[in-house]
Write a protein of this length. Sequence first.
Length: 675
Amino acid sequence: MSLTARLDELRALIHYHNHRYHVLDDPEITDSEYDTLFDELLSLEDAHPELVTIDSPSQRVGGAPLDGFRSVHHERPMLSLDKCTTVSELQDWLSRCRSRLGNDAPIDLTCEPKIDGVAVALVYEKGVLVQAATRGDGQSGEDITANVRTIGSVPLKLTADEIPPRMEVRGEIYMPLAEFERFNEKARREGVKALINPRNGAAGSLRQLDPKLTADRPLTMFCYSLGWSEGSWQPETHGEVLFRLDEWGFRVNPDSAVFRDLDGVERYLSELLARREDLGYDIDGVVIKVDSLALQETLGNVTRKPRWAIAYKYPAEEATTRLLEVEFQVGRTGAVTPVARLEPVFVGGVTVSNATLHNMDEVARLDVRLGDTVMVRRAGDVIPQIVKVVKSRRKKGAEKVALPDNCPVCGSEIVREGDESVARCSGGVMRCEAQRKEGLKHFASRLALDIEGLGDKLLEQLVEMGHVATPADLFRLDLETLIALPRMGKKSGENLLVALDKSKRTTLPRFIYALGVREVGEATAMSLATHFLDLEALLNADQTELETVEDVGPIVARNIVSFFAEQGHLEMIEQLRDAGVAWQPLEKEKSALAPLQGQTWVLTGTLEQLTRDRAKALLVSLGAKVAGSVSSRTDQVVAGPGAGSKLAKAESLGVPVMDEAGLLDLLGERGIAID
Ligand code: IVH
């Protein structure tokens, strides 16, 4: 094969696998196979720089830094949208459309999530991405081509036959919530500036003069319209545009839908709102568009807003309020977390009066002081956060927040190890009641020993009255002690003893999780159990062996080693086993614990008991791969209420579908009970 033919082949292969990975979320080859292809391309291009093309995947990696961004004029203005917040305003909008069109014919409406990111216009010539620009003032924006090239889900080259010779595709670049959280957790650990919200994160990443910095940011894009196109293709509806964009390899939101009437739209609005926390990205509402492009044309625009579309806004996920006080909470591992007490404020659909401040580095970075006006964010299933202080509204002499020298619960010294940003109470479980209580709550929790009827309040009482200090003490409780507790009758006492007894028959993954090793969650506990098969092997494992376990990195490995190096912990394990805590030995066959090995699962619609992230982590721990789109290679789809196109596709391909209850049953059979 000639050199140019091999280069073409490599580029085509890489484009193909890139699309499978970034757009379809359904890779066909492993990362290392992909790297091998990429390395070959890089080395051939290195040896023959004259053969490098602008659409080569190698050009994603990030070119030379720029001095500034060139301004580009949009051939057709990028419009903004009228907003509404009630269904009656939506009805008014539709009536206005009808009266302008002068008839009562039904109007098909498309609904799509209104992504809270950065609007971008991509120009393709002969299928090659030649320009990417921000919206700017709508007339002209900034040329951010070099940065947009680094985003894996943006096609550099389109390969379908019928692509318009020139066209502009528009959409929203955003940072997925999980990536945003990961980025910020890392920033907090390293004491560097965290991102305020995913939208600022995306905007800031796109405005880097050095594309290599953008390449490191986890960005992706949903395409939602065609700015203009040349050539013979004349789409008739917005839905047809989305369908083509998807076919050509753009990432198109799978949650778009077309409705004949407002009832359908209303249902969509409430179903999407119910799923807002599970979407994995920030939305601020729904965009409703007249589906027919001819009708769009007839309706036209008023100044910079189209008459044919409207944004229905959901409650904001950010709001300002006042910081009343900062309290320090002591967790299971002694971590002392500053918690903000706020003047109650309605945000993200609920009233929030507490927000986490994470740690003292975060307090210092925000420079938050008592009485400050702060911006609170509540999005996804994460706890409310303070993202910003409105400094202009600070009162003179506002008091700084100081870390206490001593634990507010046990009085032991508070220490910070090395350069860790977390401060900890040095009392340990033996001296610190807060750590004891939290450790016991964890031990009894659903994913750990799952002791039914042993709620937080009851546990706190048992600890405060000195009946229980360690997990093994729970199994020494007797009826007499229990019925002496306030509000505890004979029947509930007996029930609790039965539940305690029942919880002794557990599983190895649950037991490992229940121990409460720092940063060992249920998915990691499952990986450890699958790897070691019995507790003795885990106890004896060294750092090197631990690091070979799936999702165990050096830090988690170190936490495990130091946990089992403590005599007190070994004694606790001994006492628990003496009390009768036991599990079935695992078969020496690892597949017993990874029954879904080699399977690809897809989650869609709303999950009510599990968050999407947790469901994913649990499936992964059982060996499955969780993909974002349904294909003929999908083994199983889990569909909740509101499932749309993925469910339809699964049904048309004959892929088995189960509901959340089915998933919970399956997890239950594996010893993972959720409710
Ligand atoms: S359509 C004239 N569709 O919302 C049509 N916009 O306020 C305008 N946006 O700047 C664009 N998701 O950044 C459209 N599915 C979606 C959208 C969307 C987010 C943003 C876009 C635009 C702003 C308009």
